[in-house]
Write a protein that binds this ligand. Structure first.
Ligand SMILES: [Zn+2]
Length: 673
């Protein structure tokens, strides 16, 4: 979620009662966000939310938070964890409630009305947030607790440290002029990131109109379309999104964003934005990341070049960028006698979800029960599930929002409607863009998933498990509230279960005949997963390096960039220097790189590969101990999933593995040695 506060908040200080009695004084219908929700498990009553509820709720929430912060600052008692840190964490229950709903739906079910509210509310929220983070009296109290934190529990220490650092990183220590500028930059950046995302949504819809396929069907299409001219046209439309010099062009937004980020980092004393971003991550510095990425890039390109030779033989002509996926698929079929049309019938979306649940059931003992109807959903195609532990206790509520819609942004993600904390179980959604099933009952057209889609379903549920199994006391460190380069460990780890034969046997059934996926096909799938890694790893690593290079520029360097032309030239130069071959482009080009422009992965996209090292290294332990070994699963759950950010990642890692992670595990797992 891009608008979430750097810190998170929960149930509250001021309480709802005061506000409810206020609103009862006039004749207006009550705002749903200012009421207690009488719903199962505290889920959102979607059908009762009026679009006109949002703005007043945001305003009431901001006012409530302001009053609560004021009360913390004016407290005559000496600062303690409870009266300062906990009070701060719990300072905005209304805002928390309305944000939890609004920013979820703004991503997955947006409308022009929602977009208008988003534009209106974004600067309000960022201003309010900036004001809090610049509050010197509040910071003085936080600092006092931070400096005397020896007597606190380890989790409390981590909470204090995180909050203390977020103040520092937000410029509370700056001189008045710089402080003012810092706040201006924050507000402007939030607006720019929103605009970037909205332009991209428009461009993705235009792409669909022009080509007849959605952005999420792109790779599938490129691998299967025999018409070379059509492939070329689709490639060009896809790779030029946000880059047409029209109203949806993102280049100016990119440049302004990068300049402001660099300026912000420099105000805080960092040489560039990458150095600032890395300073509180597991990796620690841009140099560590650069040294980590380049050997992966080199290995990927060696593999891609070797594969290109084989593909050129097969094609009888030079491979261009729009031929790569198509001939890779042909080569895969030839080598493994496998193409996606063979596997797709076994991977109907509903069966895959069953597989996702089965794995979690067998590994962690979780139970799943569909509660759609009892629990409201925000779209008819969304389903709700209640998750319970082996002993029957409630784990949380899960929404599945799998199918593509024009109102949904591209990609796949996990998000919380409500986060875990002491006494509160989480409410979590997985959003994907899988092909929607047909609606005509006389002509069944199920949603059949590609292998990549299947991995995505397991990936996003890995994030969900990290959120669900959390047993933290404080929302600031619960669940997925961990460093970006640590968080993807759990999603990527969970992908491993998708193709374990014992689990496949329980979910991969042919949608027409019911037949279970044959063992030889499973073996082929497993082998073929290591195929084409020159491309897959290459485009991912290229995007990671591109992200780093943009954010390693200083404000002065960025000042020399004049416009779209310079953005494109720089991107081309970076790709050349990293050794990327012309036939592969970064997984995201700058003008549609929403992870780093619209969401929180700026100078952090490398985190996928970094976390993958952790994930594959942990998986090697599962393989050695036996995948269904109860003690290993229990240790993984207790050491990582229950802990969230309540301990340093490397400390947890050493606890689980008895050693630091081994980077060569990644090359082994991807077959790039
Ligand atoms: Zn992820």
């Amino acid at each position: 979620m891009n608008m979430k506060y750097i810190f998170k908040m929960a149930a509250g200080l001021m309480g709802l009662a005061a506000l409810m009695s206020m609103s009862a004084c006039n004749n207006q219908p009550k705002n749903i966000f200012l009421q207690e929700w009488d719903t199962p498990y505290g889920t959102a009553p979607f059908s009762k939310i009026a679009i006109s509820d949002y703005m007043p709720a945001f305003e009431a929430g901001i006012a409530q938070q302001k009053a609560n912060i004021e009360a913390i600052v004016k407290n005559p008692d000496a600062p303690t964890f409870e009266n300062t840190i906990l009070a701060f964490e719990q300072s905005s229950p209304i805002l928390d409630k309305v944000q939890g709903v609004f920013f979820n739906l703004a991503e997955s079910d947006s409308t022009p009305e929602m977009q208008a509210i988003e534009e209106e509310v974004t600067p309000l929220i960022t201003d309010a947030s900036s004001e809090i983070m610049m509050n010197e009296d509040l910071f003085a109290r936080v600092k006092a607790v931070y400096e005397a934190s020896e007597g606190l529990t380890r989790e409390q220490q981590m909470v204090v440290k995180k909050i203390y650092q977020s103040f520092e990183r937000n410029g509370v220590g700056l001189e008045p002029e710089a402080k003012k500028r810092f706040a201006e930059i924050n507000t402007r950046l939030a607006t720019l990131s929103q605009k970037f995302g909205q332009n991209l949504l428009a461009e993705n819809n235009a792409f669909k109109e022009a080509t007849g396929i959605t952005v999420s069907e792109y790779y599938d299409f490129m691998a299967s379309c025999p018409d070379r001219d059509k492939r070329k046209a689709v490639f060009e439309a896809y790779s030029s999104r946000g880059n047409h010099g029209d109203a949806n062009d993102n280049n100016a937004i990119v440049l302004e964003t990068l300049r402001l980020r660099a300026e912000m980092a420099e105000l805080l004393g960092y040489p560039n934005f990458a150095a600032y971003q890395l300073s509180n991550k597991m990796a620690g510095s841009p140099e560590t990341v650069d040294n980590f990425l380049q050997p992966i890039m080199d290995a990927a390109m060696r593999s891609a070049k070797a594969q290109m030779k084989e593909m050129e033989k097969l094609a009888g002509h030079k491979i261009e960028a729009w031929d790569y996926c198509y001939y890779a698929e042909k080569l895969r079929a030839l080598k493994y006698a496998l193409d996606e049309s063979q596997t797709k019938p076994y991977f109907q979306a509903d069966s895959v979800l069953k597989g996702v649940f089965t794995a979690a059931s067998q590994i962690y003992g979780l139970q799943f029960e569909e509660v759609t109807g009892e629990v409201e959903v925000y779209q008819p195609s969304v389903h709700a599930y209640k998750i319970t532990d082996a002993d029957g206790s409630l784990i949380g509520i899960f929404y599945r929002d799998y199918f593509v819609r024009p109102t949904k942004r591209g990609g796949a993600w996990m998000n919380n409607f409500r986060e875990q904390e002491k006494g509160v179980r989480p409410i979590i959604v997985n959003v994907c863009n899988f092909p929607a099933p047909g609606e005509d009952p006389t002509e069944p057209a199920p949603s059949l998933l590609t292998i990549d889609n299947v991995q995505t379903a397991f990936h996003e549920f890995g994030h969900a498990l990290h959120g669900f199994l959390s047993q933290c006391n404080y929302v600031t460190v619960s669940g997925t509230s961990v460093a970006r380069d640590f968080v993807e460990m759990f999603s990527q780890f969970n992908e491993n279960f998708a193709f374990v034969p014992e689990i496949l046997a329980q979910y991969a059934n042919n949608w027409e005949t019911g037949e279970t996926i044959p063992a030889e096909l499973v073996e082929k799938v497993q082998k073929s997963l290591k195929f084409n890694q020159g491309f897959t790893t290459g485009e991912l690593c290229a995007a990671s390096i591109l992200d780093m290079r943009w954010h390693e520029l200083s404000a002065a360097q960025l000042g020399t960039f004049k416009g779209a032309e310079d953005v494109r030239d720089f991107e081309a130069k970076v790709c050349r220097e990293m050794g990327l071959i012309d036939e592969i482009i970064p997984r995201y080009r700058t003008s549609y790189f929403n992870h780093i422009m619209g969401s929180g992965y700026s100078a952090g996209y490398y985190g996928y590969l970094w976390s993958e090292v952790l994930a594959v290294d942990a998986w090697e332990k599962f393989k050695v101990d036996g995948i269904f070994n109860k003690a290993t699963a229990e240790s993984f759950r207790k050491t990582f999933l229950e802990k969230g950010g309540s301990e340093e990642p490397m400390v947890l890692y050493r606890q689980f593995r008895g050693a630091e992670p081994d980077p060569s595990a990644l090359m082994r797992a991807r077959g790039l040695e």
